[in-house]
Design a protein around this ligand. Structure first.
Ligand SMILES: [Fe+2]
Length: 378
């Protein structure tokens, strides 16, 4: 049986926690373990890490006294006499199990085939000088999933220093960097002059890389147009038009592979990816890396029609943006959201060279939070 004690200041003490009246007028419940663990003194102000160890408590923490002291909840703990003070504004952020606010959790804005003139553009030298520009660049990547950097120096180092503005170069099983130009012994369609169908990169990795950089060093060939589309825009429309198909593609793990003489990568991914709010965060699509679907054949009676409907929708003119990537431009995009490809080109008509690499989305969001001064101690 729960025994409740109401104090003069309106705090109700229960068996395992307290009901606290908060500034908004509502009351919220907080558990004693949680309160003891998150006493402001639990965190080291220099390292910013938690130094309190909840595991050393011999039993459930219980208060000797609980009261409101000004704009704070004050608890004196029975076990060691330690006093904890929690600002009520701070408590309000966690009442009712609310998630901690995250500035990097920005709503996505879907875009369509006509997006090219509106793509966010940033001169690379300005990004290096002004962190406010870096903030805007990351915002574009979080909200629209794509941005173009202009005035890139024609050097290998330029790409590395650009990535370092938002994180580190994240290797894949192909290595740290890749060069998209015609190769003599290609291991990948990208290294030929043939058309490259719409795809996201390296889905055969357990976690495909998050942010992709393609630095155009030369592009004087006939053809070779870049094709980009917003997977979120397509999947959102697909959800409205074919809800049952959407469910299949967002719940079913399908196999991807990438195999050659020295590697045999395999993974399972969902074609449509949802975020923690149930919103579409992106897609994983790659015809050339989709493995044999080893799912029950009767299930495939349902899955294949849905998969093909989605694949055809992706290729529709409503979504596909076509443009020429120019020398000294670097297109940066969310590899879990933006589906890309290339039309065929004539290898003898000129030179085409894109140098690419990846960075991690988590690191990019971390850079955004740090640049916008969010944090426990700021
Ligand atoms: Fe690619």
């Amino acid at each position: 049986m729960d025994t409740s004690v109401v104090s003069a200041s309106g705090v109700t003490t229960k068996d395992h926690g307290v009901d606290v009246p908060l500034p908004g007028g509502q009351s919220s419940y907080f558990n004693f373990y949680w309160l003891r663990d998150n006493c402001p003194t639990s965190f080291d102000t220099q390292t910013r890490e938690r130094t309190f160890d909840i595991f050393h408590l011999s039993r459930e923490p219980q208060p000797a006294s609980v009261r409101l002291a000004g704009e704070a909840l004050e608890i004196i703990w029975m076990e060691d006499g330690h006093t904890s003070r929690y600002p009520l504004d701070w408590l309000s952020q966690y009442g009712e199990g609310k998630r901690r606010q995250d500035r990097a959790d920005l709503p996505r804005r879907a875009w369509y085939a006509d997006h090219y003139p509106d793509i966010a553009r940033f001169p690379q030298p300005k990004l290096k000088e002004d962190r406010r520009e870096v903030v805007k660049w990351i915002e574009a990547l979080l909200v629209e999933g794509v941005a173009i950097l202009t005035d890139m120096p024609d050097s290998d180092a330029a790409l590395t220093e650009t990535v370092r503005l938002i994180g580190h170069v994240r290797p894949t099983f192909f290595g740290e960097y890749f060069d998209v130009k015609t190769h003599i012994n290609p291991t990948n369609l990208a290294y030929t002059a043939k058309a490259l169908e719409l795809h996201t990169d390296t889905p055969a990795e357990e976690t495909a890389p998050g942010v992709q950089f393609l630095h155009c060093r030369a592009n004087s060939v006939e053809g070779g147009m870049s094709l980009f589309l917003d997977g979120v825009a397509v999947a959102n429309d697909f959800r409205k038009e074919h809800p049952e198909d959407f469910r299949l593609l967002s719940e079913t793990l399908i196999p991807y592979y990438c195999e050659h003489d020295a590697y045999d990568m395999r993974s399972r991914q969902r074609v449509i990816e949802l975020d923690e709010h149930g919103e579409v965060s992106g897609v994983t699509i790659s015809q050339h890396m989709a493995d044999v679907f080893d799912l029950p054949q009767t299930f495939l009676d349902l899955y294949y029609p849905a998969f093909c409907r989605f694949g055809r929708m992706l290729q529709s003119d409503k979504y596909v943006m076509r443009f020429r990537l120019n020398a000294a431009e670097c297109i940066v995009f969310d590899n879990h959201r933006i589906v890309h490809g290339r039309s065929a080109y004539s290898a003898t008509s000129g030179e085409r060279h894109l140098r690419g690499c990846y960075a991690d989305r988590g690191e990019m969001r971390s850079a955004y939070r740090a640049l916008t001064t969010e944090g426990r101690f700021k």
